[in-house]
Design a protein around this ligand. Structure first.
Ligand code: CP
Length: 318
């Protein structure tokens, strides 16, 4: 693959390759000397049309630790604010010869459209409610390092499934890797065709969490609910917020995850989010850097081998 636009289309072997590669970067990130020169001379541009803390920062760190030059484009201070279109912005950046563009956009499909107009590799940093592939990879890596394997695990994804690209990418990846996925949400926040994705749907937390190994909570994305039904926070927490009482329905050693940003007291009880025995939220952030290093490494392999061949041919001709 030239780009990483989604989990859809990846095989179990490709996912395992990326997770195995990430393991080596976890070790590097925990060492004193975190820097390599693998991507020396390469340019990575972060182009984010939506806010981000984790994805943008971890891609920046990932690129820098691999030795690339990393540029962060701030949309708020760019010519997009003067009316330049997504495609014109992409073509402009493309003319500067970047090697990798990481793009986040509020519209589903916008990153794929952009990838068709540029020469470099494109990584989807989250497009609308469609896909967030590196989040699913880092979640898989977090689970795999705790539980050894994804195969056969029962994973509940809970909350605002309707607006969640994290849910869609995770459903696909976990399914490919042989986990059993359930979704738990109020009917208003569950897409009507969700069972087509091969998941079991529940409207009650205690029923859905029964015997689960992993409980993945999602943020209530009120910014995507304009004009539609917005639940009351108090009611939402009462019925769908994760607290110790509801968690008892899951396996006694069930682990809690949240992609962030997290709204404490809305979808998750604050004390449970900080429970170091049950919560993997900080591990997820750590794995985010390693997984993104693996993605940058893997996507630039063809570029790197092409330029090595060119150098060898030039040396041979001299
Ligand atoms: N999980 C995630 O994508 O977080 P950011 O929006 O902070 O990047």
């Amino acid at each position: 693959h030239r780009h990483l636009l989604g989990i859809d289309g990846l095989t179990a072997e490709q996912i395992t390759f990326l997770l195995d590669l990430s393991d080596s970067y976890v070790a590097l990130n925990r060492s004193d000397d975190k820097k390599t020169s693998l991507l020396r001379g390469r340019t990575v541009i972060n182009l984010f049309f939506e806010n981000s803390t984790r994805t943008r920062t971890s891609f920046e760190l990932a690129g820098k630790r691999l030795g690339a030059d990393v540029i962060n484009m701030s949309v708020s201070s760019s010519s997009i604010k003067k009316g330049e279109t997504l495609i014109d912005t992409a073509m402009t950046l493309n003319a500067m010869h970047p090697d990798v563009l990481i793009v986040r956009h509020p519209d589903s499909g916008a990153v794929k459209l952009l990838s068709e107009k540029v020469n470099c590799a494109v990584i989807n940093g989250g497009d609308g409610s469609h896909e967030h592939p590196t989040q699913a990879l880092l979640d898989a890596q977090t689970i795999r390092r705790r539980r050894g394997n994804l195969q056969g695990l029962r994973v509940a994804i809970c909350g605002d499934i309707l607006h969640s690209r994290v849910a869609r990418s995770n459903i696909q990846l976990l399914g490919i890797m042989g986990a059993h996925v359930r979704v738990i949400a109020p009917p208003t926040l569950l897409p009507s065709n969700i069972e087509r994705l091969g998941v079991e749907a529940f409207f009650d937390m205690r029923e859905g969490l029964k015997d689960c190994d992993i409980v993945m909570m999602l943020r209530l994305q009120t910014e995507r609910m304009q004009g539609s039904f917005v639940p009351s926070i108090r009611e939402y927490f009462r019925f769908f917020g994760l607290d110790r009482d509801k968690l008892q329905a899951a396996k006694p050693d069930a682990l809690i995850m949240h992609p962030g940003p997290m709204n404490r007291g809305v979808e998750i009880d604050s004390e449970l989010a900080d429970d170091i025995d049950r919560s993997l939220i900080r591990d997820q952030v750590e794995m985010g850097v390693a997984v993104r290093m693996a993605c940058l490494d893997a996507l630039t392999r063809t570029l790197r081998s092409n330029s090595e061949e060119r150098t060898a041919a030039q040396a041979g001709g001299a």
